[in-house]
Design a protein around this ligand. Structure first.
Ligand SMILES: Nc1ncnc2c1ncn2[C@@H]1O[C@H](COP(=O)(O)OP(=O)(O)O)[C@@H](O)[C@H]1O
Ligand SMILES: [Mg+2]
Length: 377
């Protein structure tokens, strides 16, 4: 039996808050499906508290509660605030295998659960006996393999066949302590989303194509992410839902099966720290950059009817991903000889601003000039 190690929240997630004093984190032996941790990922107390309760649902002893606890967690919030990374990091640090499925409007039930695939069809029974011998390269090898397959089929009666290939849901269900990540869940068509209600309830999965019945393995959990709450709102934390293309209103019965985190960007102070730690940006510059990011976001979020108006709205935002990339591009530009002031603008333009309209570019650069002034030369 695999050994599960128990550690403290501080050891695993680097958070010292007293409210986690008695919490125990279970660490599973890593598998090839366990993601790799990144250096310096920042957990926040608020989201970690919920991750802990959600993951506890998979390990509470039978009979502890008489009611059934839900094992599903939805994280919704603005683009690039770290929803996907949070789940990857959680898996990386606890050793859990992660099966990620990128949802889209075109997702089909068969992509999630699995489908019949033909390994290698035999196009014709008669093949040129010299096939593959004279041709070089991949083409020659492919022909030679086909010739071999036909010969084997003639001699044994067995040839390439249809095989049922498990989708991410079945691979997850067969792996103990695994997490199924339904990324951008609110993109799914509501019918496909409803087909997941069985697994959200922890039911045995019946595969109609093969007749197999698969019980979800011990310790398995489900997480979903999205830019909206599945009810056409970004929840007041990240721009108007209308800016996120393709999101759908989901059935309330699906939503009911999730615990929820309404995520948002890290605070200005936390992002400053990330810029310093992960990208080695000098303190004064990191302060200015984090401050611009906070300013842009207030205006982006001001677009959201539930967020209240906060100045002139912007139709784009700066994500944590882009804030860090701005810093990395700036580093490389200054190291190769550009003066720091010009490098700030060039790296911001190439990371983000050239996507904006002329007016948006001007608004952001003016704000930057005010923030940076002559603080850095
Ligand atoms: N808390 C954090 N600590 C460190 N880096 C973060 C954090 N949140 C986000 N990032 C950075 O931002 C990037 C984008 O995050 P991601 O999870 O893809 O966003 P989302 O899924 O919300 O759109 C990550 O790859 C990571 O580099
Ligand atoms: Mg994501």
């Amino acid at each position: 039996m695999d050994t599960i190690i128990k550690k403290t929240v501080e050891e695993v997630f680097g958070i010292t808050d007293g409210q986690f004093q008695r919490a125990v984190v279970r660490i599973f032996p890593s598998t090839p499906a366990t993601p790799k941790a990144i250096n310096g990922f920042k957990f926040t107390t608020d989201s970690l508290r919920r991750l802990m309760i959600w993951s506890a649902s998979a390990s509470i002893p039978e009979g502890h509660f008489d009611a059934v606890m839900k094992r599903n967690l939805m994280i919704f919030g603005p683009t690039g605030c770290g929803k996907t990374q949070l789940l990857k990091e959680f898996c990386a640090r606890t050793g859990r295998p992660l099966f990620r499925y990128q949802c889209s409007e075109d997702s089909e039930v068969s992509q999630l659960f699995g489908t019949w695939k033909l390994c290698k069809p035999i196009a014709k029974e008669e093949v040129d006996p010299e096939a593959g011998l004279l041709e070089k390269g991949a083409q020659g090898i492919a022909k030679a393999i086909e010739r071999l397959a036909v010969t084997v089929k003639r001699m044994t009666g067995v040839g390439p066949e249809m095989t049922f290939v498990d989708g991410p849901v079945l691979r997850w269900a067969r792996t103990p302590n695994a997490i199924l990540l339904l990324d951008e869940w609110d993109q799914l068509s509501p019918t496909v989303a409803m087909s997941l209600n069985g697994i959200l309830d922890g039911d045995v999965i019946e595969v109609p194509e093969t007749g197999e019945r698969i019980a979800i393995s011990k310790g398995c959990l489900i997480a979903a992410t999205g830019n909206t709450n599945g009810r056409n709102s970004a929840g007041g934390n990240g721009g108007s839902a209308a800016l996120y293309k393709g999101v759908k209103r989901q059935n309330i019965a699906s939503l009911d099966r999730f615990f929820v985190i309404n995520a948002t960007y890290l605070s200005e102070a936390e992002e400053k720290e990330l810029l310093e730690k992960q990208v080695k940006i000098p303190s004064a510059a990191a302060t200015a950059m984090a401050s611009l990011a906070a300013k842009i976001r207030t205006q982006f979020m001001g677009l959201n009817e539930d967020a209240g108006a906060n100045g002139e709205p912007l139709e784009f935002t700066i994500t944590t991903r882009n804030l860090l990339n701005w810093g990395m591009a700036w580093q490389l530009l200054t190291v190769t000889g550009m003066d720091p002031q010009s490098a700030f603008k060039e790296s911001l333009n190439m990371t983000l601003l050239d996507f904006g309209t002329a007016a948006e570019r001007k608004a952001v650069l003016d704000a930057w000039d005010t923030i940076i002034g002559d603080k850095i030369s």
